[in-house]
Design a protein around this ligand. Structure first.
Ligand SMILES: *Cc1c(COP(=O)(O)O)cnc(C)c1O
Length: 427
C-alpha cells in the first residue's frame, strides 16, 4: 500500500475552484467530510475507474447508484452510439420512450402510466405536485433521513423524536415553501397515527424511500411499510415510494415487489437511465391522468424522454431482465458480508446490506431511523475512506452514503474489497 499521488487532481481542483463553487457541480462530490480534495476521473471501464494521476480504483460509488452494470458496458454503449447518430433530441415523441416505459411497466405494475423527466429531483417534485393536485390537499409527510432530491418543499430533514413542521435544511428556502411539509421519524407507528388522527384529511401524500439509502441504510420492517399502506388508504392519502435508488437495483420490481406493497405513486431515477440523466414518475392511470395535457397539474421538460437517455435505459433494463444479474449481485453481496461481518462486529461495527447496496456502520446495531445513526461513528469514516483510497477502492466521500456492488465485479474483486475493508478499519 502506498499513498496516492494526487498532483494532477490537485491541479484540476485548483482550476475548478476558480470556476465552480468548491470546484464541484454537486456538493456531495467535494471531500468535505473526508480527508483531502476531490479526485478527478478520466476513465471508467467495468468495475474500475482511473483518475487523472493514473490511480486505479475499484468503484463502489458507481456514480451514486446508476451503474449497476459497471462502467461503459458494451451493450449500453452501442445503443447510445446508435441513438446519438439518429438524432440527440427531437422535443417530440419517439419510439424509445415507449420502449423504456414498457420495460418499466412490465416490472412495476403500480406504474400504470409513466412520465419521464431528467433527474430524480424532478421526478419527486412533479409527483408531489401531482399528489397535491389529485387530492386537493396540501400537506406532505416525509421521514427524517429520507432524501428526495433538492426541490424546495422537500429540503426538510427535521430530526429528533416528534413530528416537526417547516424547518428547512437549506438557506434560500422560504418558510412558506416548507410550511406544508411535515417530517416524522422512520420506524415509529405512533407518531404517524397521531399525525393522521389530527390532520389526516389535510394530507395529500406520504412519501418514503421504502429502502432508505441516503443516511446509512435504514432497512424498514415490512410491517411498518404495510402500516403506512393501510393508514394512507384509510384516510384517502396517497403513498409515494421514492425508488430512485431501489428501483431496478434490489430487483426489477424494486422495493414494492420485495415487500409486496403497491404504492399509488412511484419515482425512479439512477438505474433506469443507464448512466444518462433520467428520472420518471408513475402511478395508477386515474392519478396520472391529472397530469397536463389530460389534467390540470402542469409538468414539462425540454429534454424529457431524451432519445439517448432512453436508449441507455432500455439497454440496461433489457440486460437486467435477460441475465441473472440480481441473483449474482445477491451472491456477491453475501460474499462481501461474509468477508467483513465478523471483523466489523469485533470492532463494534456492523454491515447493513440489501442485494448490492451496503453500508458500513461504525456502530454495533443497524439503525432503522436517522435518529439512531451515531454521528461519532460517521466521523470515524473519514480515516477509513482515505485508507480505502490508498488500497485502491473508491467509496462515496461521506459516512452517511451507501456503497454499491455492480455486475462487472468479479468474486475476486469482492474478496479484494472485503480484505481492503478489514485492513482499513480503525481498529
Ligand atoms: C438520488 C436521489 C434523488 C434525487 O435524484 P437526482 O437525480 O440526484 O436529482 C431522489 N430520491 C432518492 C431516493 C435519491 O436517492
Amino acid at each position: 500500500m502506498k499513498e496516492l499521488v494526487r498532483s494532477r487532481s490537485l491541479e484540476l481542483y485548483r482550476r475548478a475552484c476558480l470556476l465552480m463553487p468548491a470546484g464541484v457541480n454537486s456538493p456531495v462530490r467535494a471531500f468535505g467530510s473526508v480527508h483531502g480534495t476531490p479526485l478527478f476521473f478520466a476513465h471508467g471501464a467495468g468495475a474500475f475507474i482511473e483518475d487523472v494521476d493514473g490511480n486505479r480504483f475499484l468503484d463502489c460509488c458507481g456514480s451514486w447508484g446508476p451503474l449497476i452494470l459497471g462502467h461503459a458496458p458494451p451493450i449500453v454503449l452501442s445503443a447510445v452510439r446508435q441513438a446519438c447518430q439518429d438524432g440527440m433530441t427531437f422535443g417530440a415523441p419517439h419510439a424509445g420512450e415507449i420502449e423504456l416505459a414498457e420495460l418499466v411497466q412490465a416490472s412495476y405494475p403500480a406504474a400504470e402510466r409513466i412520465r419521464f423527466v431528467s433527474s430524480g429531483t424532478e421526478a419527486v417534485m412533479s409527483a408531489v405536485r401531482l399528489a397535491r393536485g389529485f387530492t386537493g390537499r396540501s400537506l406532505v409527510v416525509k421521514f427524517s433521513g429520507c432524501y428526495h432530491g433538492h426541490s424546495d418543499a422537500l429540503l426538510v430533514q427535521g430530526g429528533s423524536g416528534l413530528a416537526t413542521f417547516g424547518a428547512s435544511s437549506s438557506a434560500g428556502v422560504p418558510a412558506g415553501a416548507v410550511h406544508d411539509t411535515c417530517v416524522v421519524p422512520l420506524d415509529d407507528e405512533q407518531v404517524v397515527t397521531e399525525l393522521f388522527r389530527e390532520r389526516g384529511d389535510e394530507i395529500a401524500v406520504v412519501l418514503i424511500e421504502p429502502i432508505p439509502a441516503n443516511a446509512g441504510l435504514l432497512l424498514q420492517r415490512s410491517e411498518y411499510l404495510q402500516f403506512l399502506r393501510d393508514i394512507t388508504r384509510k384516510h384517502g392519502v396517497l403513498l409515494l415510494f421514492d425508488e430512485v435508488i431501489s428501483g431496478f437495483r434490489v430487483g426489477s420490481g424494486g422495493a414494492a415487489a420485495r415487500y409486496g406493497i403497491e404504492p399509488d405513486l412511484v419515482t425512479f431515477g439512477k438505474v433506469i437511465g443507464g448512466g444518462m440523466p433520467v428520472g420518471a414518475f408513475g402511478g395508477t392511470q386515474r392519478i396520472m391522468e391529472k397530469i397536463a395535457p389530460l389534467g390540470d397539474v402542469y409538468q414539462a421538460g425540454t429534454l424529457s424522454g431524451n432519445p439517448v437517455a432512453m436508449a441507455a435505459g432500455c439497454a440496461t433494463l433489457k440486460l437486467l431482465g435477460a441475465e441473472r444479474v440480481y441473483s449474482r449481485l445477491e451472491e456477491l453481496g453475501q460474499r462481501l458480508e461474509d468477508g467483513i461481518s465478523e471483523v466489523l462486529q469485533t470492532q463494534g461495527g456492523c454491515c447493513v446490506r440489501v442485494g448490492s447496496i451496503f453500508w458500513l456502520g461504525f456502530q454495533s446495531d443497524p439503525p432503522r431511523c436517522l435518529e439512531l445513526v451515531a454521528a461519532a461513528g460517521v466521523q470515524r469514516y473519514s480515516d477509513f475512506h482515505s485508507a480505502m483510497l490508498d488500497r485502491g477502492v473508491y467509496l462515496a466521500p461521506s459516512g452517511y452514503e451507501v456503497g454499491f456492488l455492480n455486475h462487472a465485479m468479479t468474486e475476486a474483486d469482492v474478496d479484494y474489497l472485503a480484505g481492503a475493508i478489514r485492513d482499513s478499519l480503525p481498529g
